[in-house]
Design a protein around this ligand. Structure first.
Ligand code: GTP
Ligand code: SPV
Ligand code: MN
Length: 651
């Protein structure tokens, strides 16, 4: 262990010193060696296994950020996270002691824990998520905008004293492998030990990271408070958070700054994920000429041993993790994982588009995950896993809807209540598991390649019970960007809203994650073609595993069988198969889509690959209406694609 509690005090920040004087350390590092006088300030020295260090960093920006935030938040303790095993153990012991975590049966699920969130704090809160760019125009029509000055004033008063009675954890983290030229750094301050433990799996975090942030390097300051200060004698709930109207998940894109208040859950609180790697990173990407996307990354090997890499953008809870961990049902075809949620894409020296996963772990949806649907997820989460809002079995293991049939006769549900075949779900529909990506047995060996991997094809998808066929390919890059811009999906439990199941447009699966004007974002996607040769860019496909029949049943078996669609896509990228040139794009000839040994009727296969002009004319009308929100900022190329589609449908 090498941990250090307090940095050298910045002489600029007297308030920090006064707080430090009050520290009586009872928490994590009991081996206090003593107080020392240093330049007139009190310095606390702790014993660490790497010897005595009097600071984690000399980076003045980091020191100032921590000390100014400390003065505002007024925590009782400050803890600089080193990311060590020992530190994680200490934190989990503390959480168990406080009744905030449950240790699962170590013989069934070693070193794994269950957390139950407050029932009001179960997913990202899109209507409390803000892009506070200087002008409203720059946030565009898809974001909630607030004036940055006004928002800062509101939040500063919420933040003031909001860590009273709590420890402030300083989490140095990196998005991307440390040796990658594209790595980006962040410093998250949080009062949630649950967040620390999750960040430790989801990002590269701790001592090595802070050492890597050289004094001249920039970092994204990420401030997170659960919004539940503890006054003396006050009871600490098992999941501290603020009421919904006091939750703020906010981004200041010009300053590359993230402020989050009041929620402890997922993308609201693990700030390296959606806030940094998508919302802020999309702004960096626009300025620097790359793409930050809500995408999985997979490696496909065909029976001849030929390898291709693909990315896939599907909205939340629409199958990225499942596809990333697919086990092929076709002999000789293999899928390996490089990422399940976020990809950063850049044009490489050879002109091809390369993808890198900036994350270090999975924060996967639990319900629907089973030996049958996602066999790889089972060993992945068999140990060293944090579960949130799943059910607890009498044997001290976890359970969720879809894991086994029938359900165990008795469970404790995600709210901590007895559950016996009750009609309400035992696990919350957005319950999740957090694990290091390295625990995935299907991980591709090149997952940490510093430059990323060259992409042959991009898949866009969503939940559509009709309209979108099983698979289609775009006519061109521009037509592919049109595909991305018109993506739509039925709303899932991954976001808090009253509109579950309703179809909404979710361009590029990025609706809640584009950190600037979506019209500019479309233009940025179109511009990639100008930075390389069109032939070197990936081909773009739209897929839909979710078509339903008259009885509301999925027609396509999905999951492992999706390899059949991937095979067609692979072979299209290789120029091995031809395609039907339809009004909406290139579609497979039935003979080229391998449906052997599936119990699909001819009628069903035709239906899956059907283009219904009547439905599509309605779709065009709906796209026209949707496009209006972008006004003058909608790139002409997309309007052109829409009018070309309309003309083709009328032929
Ligand atoms: P986020 O982590 O929220 O960004 O989502 P994700 O895209 O990684 O979602 P995930 O893969 O965890 O999606 C889970 C849901 O999609 C579960 O309910 C699965 O049962 C369902 N799902 C995934 N693949 C398929 C499929 O091929 N067919 C059907 N019918 N359902 C699928
Ligand atoms: C999503 O909702 O797309 C997720 C989960 O991946 S969260 O990190 O909570 O945003
Ligand atoms: Mn996601």
């Amino acid at each position: 262990m090498n941990s250090l509690i307090l940095p050298n005090f910045s002489p600029k920040c007297k308030s920090y010193v006064s707080i430090a004087k009050d520290v009586s350390w009872r928490g994590l590092h009991t081996k206090r060696k003593g107080f020392q006088k240093h330049n007139g300030y009190v310095k606390i020295v702790f014993v660490t296994t790497k010897g005595e260090m009097n600071r984690m960093t000399t980076h003045q920006g980091i020191l100032d950020f921590v000390s100014e935030a400390t003065a505002l938040l007024q925590p009782t303790h400050v803890h600089w996270c080193d990311g060590s095993e020992k530190e994680a153990e200490t934190l989990i012991d503390l959480l168990i002691q406080e009744g905030k975590a449950i240790r699962l049966n170590p013989t069934l699920r070693p070193n794994s824990f269950l957390f139950r969130s407050d029932p009001s704090d179960v997913a990202r809160v899109e209507n409390r998520t803000f892009i506070a760019s200087k002008t409203k125009r720059d946030a565009g029509p898809t974001n909630n905008w607030m004036d940055p000055k006004e928002l800062k004033a509101t939040m500063t008063s919420l933040y003031r004293g909001s860590m009273k009675g709590r420890t402030l954890y300083v989490i140095p983290f990196a998005m991307g492998p440390l040796r990658s030229p594209f790595v980006k750094y962040g410093i998250q301050l949080t009062d949630s030990p649950y967040v620390v433990l999750n960040m430790r799996y989801m990002t590269r975090m701790g001592f090595e990271v802070i050492q890597a942030i050289q004094p001249h390097m920039s970092f994204v300051p990420c401030l997170h408070s659960s919004g539940y200060p503890l006054e003396v004698g006050q009871m600490d709930p098992s999941w501290p958070c603020a009421p919904i109207d006091q939750k703020y998940i906010t981004h200041f894109p010009e300053e590359r700054l993230i402020w989050s208040y009041g929620s402890g859950y997922g993308g609201n609180a693990l700030l390296g994920k959606k806030c940094f790697s998508l919302r802020i990173a999309s702004v960096l990407a626009r300025d620097e000429g790359w793409l930050a996307e809500h995408m999985l990354i997979i490696k496909i090997t065909n029976p001849e041993g030929k390898v291709k890499y693909f990315t896939g953008a599907f909205p939340s809870a629409c199958g990225k993790t499942n596809l990333a961990m697919l086990i092929s049902t076709l002999p000789g075809w293999k899928v390996e994982t490089l990422g399940d949620d976020i990809a950063w894409l850049r044009i490489g020296k050879d002109g091809r588009l390369y993808a890198m996963n900036p994350e270090f772990g999975f924060f996967g949806v639990a319900p629907g995950t089973s030996e049958k649907t996602t066999p790889i997820a089972m060993p992945t989460s068999s140990k060293d896993t944090i579960f949130t809002n799943v059910a607890l079995t009498d044997g001290g293991d976890v359970w969720w809807e879809g894991l086994t049939k029938p359900a165990p006769s008795h469970l404790v549900d995600w709210k901590g209540q007895d559950w016996k075949n009750s009609p309400t779900p035992a696990a919350h529909p957005n319950s999740r598991f957090t694990v290091k990506i390295s625990q995935c047995p299907a991980l591709a060996s090149e997952w940490e390649s510093p430059e990323g991997v060259p992409i042959s094809g991009i898949l866009f998808g969503g939940r559509r019970s009709d309209t979108i066929p099983l698979v289609m390919e775009s006519h061109s890059w521009q037509h592919g960007v049109f595909f991305g811009s018109i993506m739509a999906s039925e709303i899932t439990a991954a976001q808090i809203t009253n509109d579950y199941g309703k179809v909404r447009r979710d361009p590029f699966a990025m609706l809640p994650f584009i950190g600037y004007h979506a019209g500019d974002y479309f233009a940025h996607w179109l511009s990639m073609e100008r930075h390389t040769e069109a032939a070197l860019l990936p081909k773009i496909f739209m897929v839909n595993w979710f078509q339903k029949d008259e009885n509301n049943q999925y027609i396509w078996p999905g999951f492992g069988e999706n390899i059949r669609v991937i095979k067609w896509i692979f072979e299209r990228c290789d120029g091995q198969v031809s395609a039907r040139d339809e009004a909406i794009g290139y579609l497979p000839y039935q003979k080229d889509l391998d449906t052997s040994h599936l119990s699909l009727t001819n009628h069903q296969i035709t239906r899956l690959l059907d283009v219904n002009p009547i439905i599509w004319r309605k779709e065009v009308d709906s796209i026209e209406t949707y496009y209006q929100m972008f006004e003058e900022e909608l790139p002409n190329e997309l309007l052109q694609e829409l009018s070309d589609l309309k003309a083709r449908l009328l032929k």
